[in-house]
Design a binder for this molecule. Structure first.
Ligand SMILES: Nc1ncnc2c1ncn2[C@@H]1O[C@H](COP(=O)(O)OP(=O)(O)OP(=O)(O)O)[C@@H](O)[C@H]1O
Length: 267
């Protein structure tokens, strides 16, 4: 693994009015890290993801990408998948993935709706078909989202996020709404894509086992300081940054060690 951080989070604070959500985060993230993020509801996990995506800005401090301040809006370097599917209901699976390419090229005159014709459109279509194949959806290319199962819709969201070949993938409880069996299939898929596409991944989860199974690092968000009279007075921090590693046997032992400590903190 590279010794140079891909992302540096430096003295980062996020406040909404008087509500201090996050305080003084200092973290380095390396290319190829898969960071699982856990913590109690409302402690700022999604807020951090939004800052990494560029839809929210830090109140103080900075996030650096390759040593440079992160651009103030989403870019092709960062793909995102939410728990609720972010695909468009009136487009087929193939069209949804092609639309992902359009966002990447910053052209709103899309190959679906306008100018991009001929070779360009065919290339976009071929790329989208390959991506659908990667996520196991080639048979469903002409289906609309409402004709897909929950797991298939999340596969489609992942295809849409990855068609732009981002270096960073942001996952906000991506499998939270899926049945356990389907979740397992999704774990296999996301691990495969992480390795093949050499992604750096941030994944919020409420399932500690899932976080351990997928991640090579686990961040636990918690409040170091508490004021019960004024809960908004102190922000959450990353209180533990646990190196989980990549070997399933080691993970199993470590999970058993920390399960009882963190169980009540992440529910
Ligand atoms: N745009 C916003 N304006 C004002 N307050 C906000 C905004 N976004 C988030 N917050 C507040 O920031 C805090 C953290 O919210 P966030 O969604 O990041 O928590 P979370 O850890 O992801 O929670 P959960 O696990 O329930 O999804 C909450 O108090 C929330 O009300």
């Amino acid at each position: 693994m590279s010794t140079k951080p891909l992302i540096e989070i430096k003295q980062l604070w996020k406040e909404y009015g008087d509500n201090i959500v996050l305080e003084r985060l200092n973290l380095d993230v390396y290319p190829g890290d898969f960071i699982s993020i856990v913590g109690a509801s409302g402690c700022g996990k999604t807020t951090l993801l939004n800052m990494l995506l560029g839809t929210e800005q830090p109140s103080r401090g900075a996030i650096l990408l390759d040593g440079e301040p992160l651009s103030a809006e989403p870019s092709v370097e960062r793909g995102v998948v939410f728990q609720k599917y972010s695909v468009f209901p009136h487009l087929t699976a193939l069209e949804n993935v092609m639309l992902g390419l359009e966002f990447a090229s910053n052209s709103l005159t899309s190959s679906l709706f306008g100018r991009c014709v001929g070779a360009g459109k065919q290339a976009a279509r071929d790329k989208a078909l390959m991506m659908l194949d990667e996520v196991g959806l080639s048979q469903a290319q002409h289906k609309y989202p409402h004709e897909l199962s929950g797991g298939m819709r999340q596969r489609l969201s992942i295809a849409q996020a990855l068609i732009k070949k981002p270096r960073i993938l942001l996952l906000d409880e991506p499998f939270g709404a899926l049945d356990p069996g389907i979740r397992k299939d999704m774990h296999v898929l996301i691990k495969k894509l992480w390795r093949e596409q050499q992604l750096t991944v941030f994944m919020i989860t409420h399932d500690l086992s899932e976080g351990f199974h997928l991640g090579n690092r686990l961040w636990v968000f918690d409040h170091v300081r508490q004021d019960t009279q004024a809960p908004e007075r102190f922000g959450a921090q990353v209180t533990f940054d646990i190196a989980i590693g990549n070997h399933d046997e080691d993970k199993h032992d470590k999970l058993a060690d920390v399960h009882s400590v963190f169980r009540q903190k992440i529910a």
